[in-house]
Write a protein that binds this ligand. Structure first.
Ligand code: CU
Length: 337
């Protein structure tokens, strides 16, 4: 009996120490969405049970190892125990009830986090290797996700190639993005701030660079940003030329693979490309004139740059982009000295 009391007290002490010790470390990122509060509440309950079970297993184990160690010279066998029906029923029924309670709480929390607000702001998300594109209801596109605080947003997401996943740790919720299908992600940001969306499905060589800024602002700041984007997009499309090319390479995800500052990504940098001598994988050297740039965009496999993989750059831009859009992009690349 004495042993049971001691172990019981130790279990409670270790349980509390584990729970409060680990909680004090504050390992979780801030709660930036209404949904994160539900998720954290659920996680906290799970965590309490985990810490208790940890103590319940470790304490008797260590206690037994120390206190019931074989004494020197004791060669007798241990007591033979034939089973204990009461104990077995207890340790079946208690976990069963615990699991059922958690199943109910889990279903309840899932319902809470998926609750639909009919006034939700709708934004389309396109994921591709290895960039994010956000299309806003006002008709413009950005590589940044701006969200007004305290309003539910629903992201209608699809992928152009492989499976990706939308994950902002501060929002807690995560959702896979599949080619050929639209998946939804609902979130109500509650904390103004700058976050980062990352892809949480290993999706190829530059997977870890697949990030984009997520900026939660007041409704007024959001409206102002939307207005500035609409104006800029209209002006650029009307003017054409490099300014429009710059918007297009952002919109069509070129910048996921090409840098404009000399750094090497999946594809070659565009800095200083125009009129430079490009070494090809077949040993030839060509001058990067206007015709070469157009050909590189329309049929990437015609001339493959030495040291870079073939069949990585999408071959669809020749049909996706209009001739004048391609000219605008090329004129933009030409400005990158
Ligand atoms: Cu990805």
């Amino acid at each position: 009996m004495r042993h049971f009391v001691i172990v019981g007290v130790l279990v409670i002490i270790v349980f509390l120490a584990t729970y409060f010790g680990l909680t004090a470390l504050k390992l979780m990122p801030v709660e930036a969405s209404a949904q994160s509060i539900v998720v954290d509440w659920m996680w906290n309950l799970d965590f309490v049970v985990m810490c208790f079970l940890f103590a319940l297993i470790i304490v008797p184990l260590v206690y037994g190892l120390i206190v019931f160690r074989r004494k020197k010279g004791d060669t007798s066998d241990g007591e033979y125990i034939e089973g204990n029906t009461k104990l077995e029923i207890t340790w079946t029924v208690i976990p069963l009830i615990t699991v059922l309670v958690f199943a109910y709480l889990g279903a309840y929390s899932l319902g809470e986090t998926m609750a639909v607000d009919p006034n939700a702001l709708e934004i389309s998300v396109t994921a591709r290797q290895w960039s994010w594109q956000f299309d806003y209801p006002e008709g413009f596109t950005s590589n940044e996700l701006h969200l007004p605080v305290n309003r539910q947003v629903v992201l209608n997401m699809t992928s152009l190639d492989v499976i990706h996943a939308f994950w902002v740790p501060q929002f807690r919720i995560r959702q896979d993005i599949l080619p050929g299908r639209v998946t939804n992600y609902r979130i109500t940001p509650i904390l103004i701030g700058n976050y980062t969306v990352m892809c949480s499905q290993l999706c190829g060589t530059s997977h870890s660079y697949m990030t984009a800024p997520v900026i939660v602002t007041s409704q007024a700041d959001y409206d102002a940003w939307v207005q500035s984007q609409v104006t800029a997009a209209q002006a650029a499309a009307a003017a054409g030329g490099p300014a429009n090319g710059k918007l297009l390479v952002s919109k069509y995800g070129c910048l996921g693979c090409h840098s404009t500052d000399g750094s090497k990504l999946v594809g070659p940098t565009w800095q200083g490309l125009y009129q430079s001598q490009v070494k090809l994988s077949d040993g030839r050297t060509v001058t990067a004139d206007q015709a070469y740039l157009v050909e590189s965009i329309v049929s990437p496999s015609a001339k493959v740059v030495n040291g870079f993989p073939d069949n990585v750059m999408p071959k669809t831009f020749g049909t996706v982009l209009t001739q004048s859009q391609i000219n605008d992009i090329v004129s933009y690349i030409e400005t990158l000295k």
